[in-house]
Design a protein around this ligand. Structure first.
Ligand SMILES: [Zn+2]
Length: 648
């Protein structure tokens, strides 16, 4: 029913991938020769060819990120060029495009099948298959140049990040820094801090010397001046690309793959939040400013906020994240997560013993339905190891589907994190942030694993719009603050005592600490990101757009030397351009859905059934806007996000 994890998949990886690609190409040629092409005789087999490559290559990529070695690296990177050439050949194949267009007129296609066709036609359209040759050629040039530019942007940023360090001779100015951060900074000459995120954040939060804080802040906020011409060229080319493809600007083009109905609606959504959130941010700032005065800072600057906020949190709220660890022993938390999902969605988890796994600490579970029948499989790999990539993520392996022969394939996925490893004498004790992370990734996992779709391209997390992918994950995160959920599993690892109400209250109180200031900062980035595509702006104009957005949105205006945009890797070096708003959009969907649960007392079967049937089982088979409306009986409401953030 489930394939074993292929531990030897990195043997001869390139040879195997090449074989699959060659045979896929031959089969695509055969499919194209079919006289009468239908959904069932063309689309299903076409998707199955894609799955065949994916089912083989996903474990290779997975091993490369969790068991890094010469061998896995070589296996992974040697396959990438072949795979990327193959996928771009498919997306540029006019014969496939024509076939899909022909099938789109077929009568009797169901919702899932129509969505598969719609998505595929969109993919072809955005790839420019339909264009005349000269335009196609220009588009290819633009795409190549854009990927070079985004690479240059990231490299410049990385170089600038690595070019700075500050060494403190002793710990005089970092007396309150947690031991783990201090240990990470310890060098022979004293303590070394850099502009890498964890080091920079620790320094800005705990360094008590204001001048040093400003020095490091200034270094961070003036990184990569050489990215200015890169930004200008990126925006120019994106503008041209949008025009070639028939859109009035890049953000309108980008909206094709979003669930938010239009780019204008995305912008007005952020602006509405900004208007409503700003008074809360101002109030928080006032409190912070008053507190800063008691610490002899007469005017709070950007480089003071993290430090002063942390003091305020400690002195006024008495919050200490370390107090929670004893209640969050890793295996207990996993068991609790399962128990919670079992209670909510009427499913079961059964450990699969003896199946091949890539590390002794990895566990494998089957998900069982109400008749105790397995319908999905999940691997959990949570402990940090030297050869594992940092961070936490969910990776989908098999997609739940019915294949071209009519066989039902069950979905599988991996959850990976970097929690403290357990030893023989010490269990792995998590922070609440880690518990939150685990719930987040589990949200992605159930979105993929609960799928009841038959068509691979829209099953599970496939075919879900960019700005809706984080909906189920952020939705599930919320339950890690829920008393009824915490009490299921948060037990002291030594005494067995259930987590006291006082601690739960502290957690909830702290959750919305300075949420207004955090919100307006995110909105500043999101609004800026939507406003820079109207025409091909010069760098100077881009810089002024950000300044103007700040005037409306921000509560603290940073010093004049700040060139934040030169380090905005999400949109210029990564995939978030004209999509940074997605974080907030998905958060709105999740807040709205979650508050429905909590208003019904959390474990409410009718609500859970509706959520499962309308959202989790439906994957990408319809627009999230429609699925959400089916679940709630109305469109999403941004007021719910403000309510969850304590701003109502
Ligand atoms: Zn996520």
């Amino acid at each position: 029913m489930f394939k074993d994890f292929p531990l030897n998949c990195t043997d001869n990886a390139l040879e195997n991938v090449t074989k699959i690609i060659e045979s896929n190409k031959a089969e695509i040629n055969n499919l194209l020769k079919l006289e009468k092409k239908t959904y069932m005789n063309f689309m299903r087999p076409l998707m199955e060819l894609d799955s065949r490559l994916n089912d083989y290559f996903t474990p290779v990529a997975h091993l490369n990120s969790v068991c890094d070695s010469e061998k896995t690296r070589e296996a992974f990177s040697s396959c990438l060029p072949a795979i990327s050439i193959y996928s771009s050949e498919i997306s540029q194949n006019k014969d496939i495009y024509n076939a899909v267009k022909e099938i789109s007129a077929e009568e009797g296609l169901n919702q899932e099948q129509s969505k598969v066709i719609k998505d595929m036609l969109e993919m072809f359209k955005l790839g420019g298959v339909h264009l005349e040759d000269s335009k196609k050629k220009r588009l290819t040039e633009i795409n190549t140049r854009l990927s070079e530019l985004s690479d240059t942007f990231s490299k410049n940023l990385l170089d600038a990040t690595n070019a700075f360090e500050i060494i403190l001779k002793d710990d005089n100015h970092i007396k309150n820094m947690p031991e783990s951060d201090k240990a990470a900074a310890k060098v022979q000459e004293g303590y070394r801090f850099t502009l890498q995120a964890p080091s920079y954040l620790a320094f800005m939060t705990y360094c008590s010397d204001r001048e040093l804080r400003e020095e490091v802040y200034k270094a961070y906020m003036t990184r990569a001046e050489n990215n200015s011409p890169v930004i200008e060229e990126i925006l120019k080319l994106k503008h041209e690309k949008a025009h070639i493809l028939g859109y009035k600007n890049f953000r309108t083009m980008r909206n094709e793959t979003m669930s938010c109905p239009s780019a204008e609606e995305a912008l007005s959504f952020l602006e509405k939040l900004s208007k409503k959130g700003k008074p809360f941010a101002e109030k928080e700032l006032k409190q912070l400013q008053e507190f800063a005065e008691s610490k002899n800072i007469s005017k709070l600057e950007s480089y003071d906020t993290a430090y002063i906020s942390n003091l305020l949190k400690k002195e006024k709220l008495g919050f200490d994240s370390e107090l929670f660890r004893p209640y969050f022993e890793k295996d207990n938390v996993v068991e609790g997560l399962f128990l919670f999902l079992q209670k909510l969605f009427n499913i079961n988890f059964q450990e699969v013993k003896g199946t091949p796994v890539w590390h002794e600490s990895v566990k494998c579970f089957d998900l069982l339905d109400e008749n105790n029948q397995p319908f999905a499989r999940l691997y959990i790999d949570l402990e940090a190891r030297a050869e594992k990539r940092g961070g936490a993520w969910m990776n989908n392996w098999h997609t739940g589907r019915t294949d071209d022969k009519g066989n039902v394939i069950h979905p599988t996925a991996f959850i990976v994190a970097n929690f403290p490893p357990s030893t023989k004498d010490n269990p792995s004790l998590l922070r609440h942030d880690d518990v939150h992370t685990l719930f987040h990734e589990a949200g992605h996992a159930i979105h993929h694993l609960f799928s009841k779709c038959k068509e691979a391209d829209v099953s599970g997390i496939n075919g879900v719009e960019w700005d809706a992918v984080e909906f189920p994950s952020q939705f599930l995160e919320n339950f890690s603050y829920e008393e009824k959920v915490l009490k299921l599993f948060a037990r002291h690892y030594k005494t067995g005592e259930i987590i006291p109400d006082e601690l739960i209250n502290k957690l909830i109180e702290n959750r919305n600490f300075q949420s207004g200031m955090f919100l307006v900062r995110q909105l500043e980035f999101g609004i800026f990101d939507l406003k820079i595509y109207d025409k091909d702006y010069s760098y100077k104009e881009v810089h002024n757009i950000l300044k103007n957005v700040r005037k409306d949105t921000a509560v603290i205006i940073p010093p004049d030397y700040v060139i934040f945009e030169n380090g905005f890797g999400h949109i210029f070096g990564g995939g978030y351009s004209a999509g940074y708003y997605s974080y907030k959009w998905a958060e709105m969907l999740s807040a709205d859905a979650y508050l429905t649960f909590s208003s019904h007392g959390v474990f409410h079967k009718p609500t859970a059934d509706k959520f499962k049937e309308n959202i989790l089982e439906k994957g990408g088979s319809n627009t999230m806007q429609q699925l959400f409306t089916d679940f709630m009986g109305r469109k999403p409401d941004e007021e719910k996000l403000l309510e969850l953030m304590g701003m109502k």
